[in-house]
Design a protein around this ligand. Structure first.
Ligand code: ADP
Length: 376
């Protein structure tokens, strides 16, 4: 089973020139830099594989004893995200969440000297809310804007491994994050790792990976609390600049002890009216279309209850309208004779693209947010 890399995941993140591994250039680490540089060129050319391997070997050599090398390699290959960057302005709305993330992560990573003592940032933040509302995008923007290495892993990957393997993977993940610090460890579907169920009799393996995860995370928190790091620990990377960002669509499944460890819990709600308008306008701005302001206002109204990802899906489907009408003629119609998108195309798509969250489902998020979350 292969782990997924969240870049190029077909979720419609705007394409940009592929950047290097998303990390800060730290002066003392020439071999890391060459890894970062190399990774911009990787994947496409097979001839580069050997050099890639050399760079990976150098990084792996810095890892503390007890980190499984095969797991570390797997993470470097599959979990360190390269490719499309996400920037704040790519994300519609969510101003409160952006502000919270800047203050809690981005600024402290860029100016660690300012954020100590009482200003010591939290070591973890939970993003919760309905699916498709921009949690992954936010995490990726944080990595871009804080110039950090971005590790993206879905919790089910960490729990699905056979006996012993998932613990090794968790250890390797945190080990590498320290070596390549500043780092963001983004864990999607965190509920499946930290659920109340996995602490019970359920799966021995997932209980153990949960325990390992919590141990590793505590180590980061201790490092952040200003405890002097030993020479050995320093050699193993900067634990004080590793942060866990986690996302979930099912916050209520996280057990209470784990929930409390996330000092910050940020609600990522469905987009409000003005945010839907902003997103629709952005999506349409790249397209040959002739919707007027009234059309857009109607769309903003009828998409009440849609997530950001539902709106993207709707616009993508509607964009197919002018082509669908052509039938086979599509194969020889010149570009300049393709009709612009119209309101009609959206009307047709609204039959098939429906909101993915029910209003009952939504109420549950709102209640959880009221009880345990921050909004914005
Ligand atoms: P989540 O992690 O909350 O499930 P994602 O961040 O993966 O959702 O979003 C999925 C897709 O939906 C994105 O790639 C993007 O196309 C669209 N999308 C979701 N939220 C937003 C938003 N706030 N602004 C712009 N696009 C969004």
């Amino acid at each position: 089973e292969r782990m997924t890399v969240s870049s190029g995941n077909g979720k419609g993140v705007p394409r940009r020139k592929p950047p290097p591994v998303q990390r800060r250039e730290t002066p003392s680490s020439s071999d890391q830099d060459s890894f970062a540089k190399r990774s911009t060129e990787s994947e496409a050319e097979d001839g580069e594989d050997e050099d890639d391997n050399n760079d990976i070997t150098k990084i792996v050599q810095k890892l503390p004893k007890g980190v499984d090398l095969a797991s570390a390699r797997q993470i470097l290959n599959d979990i360190v995200v390269r490719g499309d960057e996400v920037h704040w302005e790519d994300i519609a709305g969510l101003e409160g969440a952006k502000k919270a993330l800047k203050e809690a992560v981005v600024y402290p990573f860029l100016r660690p000297d300012l954020f100590s003592g009482l200003r010591e940032p939290a070591r973890g933040m939970l993003l919760f809310g309905p699916p498709g509302t921009g949690k992954t995008m936010l995490a990726r923007a944080v990595a871009t804007e804080s110039k950090s290495t971005f590790f993206s892993v879905s919790a089910s990957t960490l729990t699905s491994k056979w006996h012993g393997e998932s613990e090794k993977l968790v250890r390797a993940l945190f080990g590498l994050a320290k070596v390549l610090a500043p780092s963001i460890i983004f864990v999607d579907e965190i509920d499946s790792l930290l659920s109340a169920r996995s602490s019970g009799s359920e799966h021995e393996a997932s209980r153990r990976s949960k325990t390992e995860f919590l141990i590793q995370w505590s180590d980061l928190q201790r490092a952040a609390a200003g405890r002097e790091q030993s020479a050995r620990e320093k050699k193993e990377g900067d634990a004080s600049r590793v942060l866990v960002l986690a996302a979930t669509n099912m916050p209520w499944d996280i057990d209470e002890a784990a929930r409390r460890r996330f000092v910050r819990r940020q609600y990522i709600p469905l987009p409000e009216q003005h945010v839907r308008e902003q997103q629709l306008r952005t999506l349409l701005s790249h397209q040959h279309q002739e919707l007027n302001d009234d059309d857009i206002q109607v769309l903003v109204q009828v998409t009440d209850g849609f997530s950001g990802s539902d709106i993207t899906a709707l616009a993508k489907d509607a964009a197919m309208g002018p082509l669908r009408n052509l039938g086979e003629a599509l194969l020889h119609t010149p570009m300049d004779q393709i009709k612009p998108m119209t309101f009609r195309d959206f009307e047709a798509s609204l039959y098939s693209i429906r909101p993915s969250v029910s209003s009952d489902g939504l109420r549950r998020y709102e209640e959880w947010a009221r009880e345990f979350g921050e909004r914005g």
